[in-house]
Write a protein that binds this ligand. Structure first.
Ligand code: 8YV
Length: 317
């Protein structure tokens, strides 16, 4: 008999879905009209859960799965899983650590370039047929140079390092902040986030998705200043969104490139009308290559846990 697995979010890689169907009896909760009734019927049989990084699983749902042996997070953030509760049940919570580093760093660079060079706004200008109407050079404001700009990295984990390497290739001097200075890196450490913002033309938030929130607030944005840009590829709640909206409205910072938001999929409406803001839909790891690699890690973690082994990428056991 195949083990029963509860999948909370779609996986967009056909080969991974096919393999899951081959190995397991899959319960895809997102396809159910009445998830609550579905859990009442099938919850007792579920031995493994697959969920997303920022969506996680509630403790209440875990409590309804008495036979649960593993929570496989299809992502690196385990901030939306109650790890203490999982530990208390001896449940491994696994992640796809390392699989999405390059993509998330690429997205940070994409947002930095798009924001500083007005790629979104000018794309809209051309598509809107405005170029022939306003062909004079002054119709569009000058953009800002990315090469050589001073970059401050908030959180020098895997993603932060990959971003630092990339902007290094653009000739950007890099400083970073973290909970402590990292051994063995050449980038300059700055313990004080406000000071880092003051010394940066672009602040790139790459911090691990733990329980922190509101790290980037009015004081940090004020220090970043009217020529500074904010990029966020980590978690929306690390930025105090009301302060960010205000800083953008009052032109206290120059622009922002955001892949993540505090209350996804809801984006503060004020941002939608701002030409100096580039918006994405939590897409940093959403490439075919990375999602396939993540899917393979999820498959491995499930197989290891259900064979009674400690999964290699478990955080809790
Ligand atoms: C994904 C993420 O969007 O890894 C994370 O923590 O937030 C993202 O990579 C998500 O996990 C996809 O399931």
């Amino acid at each position: 008999m195949k083990p029963h697995i509860l999948q909370l979010n779609p996986i967009l890689v056909p080969s991974i879905n096919a393999r899951l169907d081959e190995l397991y009896t899959m319960h895809r909760l997102f396809e159910q009209a009445d998830p609550d009734a579905y859990i009442a019927t099938h919850g007792a049989a579920v031995r493994g859960v697959i969920t997303g990084g920022h969506t996680g699983i509630s403790r209440a749902l875990m409590e309804r799965l008495p036979a649960l042996e593993v929570v496989a997070v299809n992502g690196v953030g385990t901030d939306a899983v109650d790890l203490a509760y999982a530990r208390s049940r001896g449940l491994p919570v696994t992640g796809t650590f390392g699989a999405l580093t390059e993509d998330v760093a690429d997205m940070a660079l994409g947002l930095l370039l798009a924001t500083c060079r007005h790629l979104g706004a000018v794309d809209r200008f051309v598509r809107g047929g405005l170029w022939p109407k306003f062909p004079q050079p002054g119709a569009l404001p000058l953009a800002r140079r990315v090469s050589g700009m001073r970059v401050g990295i908030v959180g020098l984990g895997r993603v932060g390092r990959a971003v630092a390497e990339r902007v290094g290739a653009f000739g950007c001097p890099v400083r970073y902040t973290d909970l402590r200075e990292m051994p063995g890196v050449t980038w300059a450490f700055e313990a004080d986030l406000v000071q880092l913002a003051r010394d940066s033309d672009a602040l790139i938030v790459c911090a691990a998705a733990d329980q922190a929130r509101d790290l980037i607030d009015a004081a940090v944005l004020e220090a970043l200043g009217p020529r500074g840009f904010l990029i966020n590829v980590a978690r929306g709640r690390l930025v105090k969104e009301a302060d960010l909206v205000r800083a953008l409205q009052e032109r206290r910072i120059a622009g922002a490139g955001l892949d993540v938001f505090a209350d996804e999929p809801n984006v503060p409406p004020a941002l939608l009308d701002m030409d100096n803001v580039v918006l994405q839909a939590h897409r940093a790891s959403a490439t075919e290559e990375t999602r396939a690699a993540m899917g393979r890690m999820v498959l491995d973690s499930l197989a290891q846990a259900l064979a009674g082994e400690r999964p290699v990428h478990s955080l809790t056991t």
